[in-house]
Design a protein around this ligand. Structure first.
Ligand code: MG
Length: 321
């Protein structure tokens, strides 16, 4: 084994290549307590691109009072838009879309919920009201030639409603495809899913006419299931996987350090399976370590910790005497 890299042993029935949709700069930073200066965010995105990530979600054009951590979207995007990678941005409504398009955004994402409770909590709307709000956003983005990713949160479990019925998830997925979304990201927002549940949902979506090629998965590691769930999705044929550099983002619904699947942990598994990602793991780890210093807390990623010899809990770290 080369130091710092897994031994590559391919397994049957898996894709040759996976596209990682890096969400650290948006989903990660929006859920961190510390607000990072715009220049640091820009350097972070440049470093992620230099580490080989081909899709780097850059920011969110939401109203600053909703997400103060990303209030600088208008200043940040011009600092990264020339990078030779895909730079999707999240927009909540037509006003956000106008701002994003005016600054040169060429890929758009909207954020929907599979459950009424989360739609109410996050969007202050019913599921159907939020879909009605997205309809003109998706239509106009597509008319401008921009692909639109639809995030769907709470696809497996909901903190208020418990397990989420598959039919409910399938219904909202079909609505989002009907609006014109070109890709759906199935979110396990509270990290409770297990691999059988993942297979069952993917199969139900296929049965309802949603092709696997239009699906991405977005797992959280709250219960340690993110990589097992990812492997189940790969075996089903999914080739787009969301992850957050260094595991940025914590968990908004549990008092745990682990939320988003860490990109480094994902890359370790994929490269170990002989699956191409284009990512240089050492450069990615260096990027996450650099950003962790700005945030003042170590990365929760197991792979970052293993490759850098850092402890999960700062109180366990050796201090020079
Ligand atoms: Mg997430």
């Amino acid at each position: 084994m080369t130091e710092g890299l897994p031994m590559a042993v391919p397994a049957p029935g898996l894709p040759a290549r996976v596209r990682i949709h890096e969400v650290g700069a948006r989903d990660g930073l929006q859920n961190e307590a510390e607000t990072v200066p715009t220049a640091v965010k820009a350097e972070f995105i440049h470093r992620l691109a230099a580490a080989g990530l081909s899709t780097v979600e850059a920011t969110s054009f939401v109203h600053p009072t909703w997400v103060p951590q990303l209030a600088d979207a208008g200043e940040l995007f011009p600092l990264v838009r020339e990078l030779p990678v895909e730079l999707p941005v999240l927009v909540p409504n037509e006003r956000g879309l106008d701002r994003a398009l005016a600054l040169g955004a060429r890929r758009i994402a909207v954020f929907a919920s599979a459950t009424e409770s989360f739609a109410r909590a996050n969007l202050n709307r019913t599921v159907d009201e939020s879909l009605a709000m997205f309809a003109p956003v998706v239509a106009r983005a597509r008319a401008e030639g921009a692909p639109v990713r639809g995030y769907l949160s709470m696809c497996f479990g909901d903190p208020w409603e418990g397990p989420v019925p598959r039919e409910q998830v399938v219904r909202v997925c079909r609505e989002l495809i009907g609006l014109g979304c070109t890709e759906l990201s199935l979110g396990d927002t509270i990290g409770v899913a297990t691999p059988g549940q993942v297979r069952a949902l993917l199969t139900a979506l296929n049965d309802a006419g949603v092709a696997t090629g239009a699906l991405a998965v977005h797992f959280h590691d709250t219960y340690g299931q993110a990589l097992a769930n990812t492997l189940a999705a790969l075996e089903h044929g999914v080739t787009t996987v969301d992850a957050s550099a260094g595991g940025l983002g914590g968990c908004p619904f549990a008092k745990s350090a682990t939320g988003n699947l860490a990109t480094e942990d994902l890359v370790w598994m994929l490269h170990g399976l002989g699956i191409e990602t284009g990512v240089d793991l050492a450069r990615l780890v260096a990027t996450s370590t650099w950003l962790a210093a700005h945030l003042g807390r170590p990365s929760p990623s197991r792979t970052v910790r293993a490759l850098t010899g850092t402890a999960a809990d700062p109180s366990q770290e050796e201090t020079p005497s």
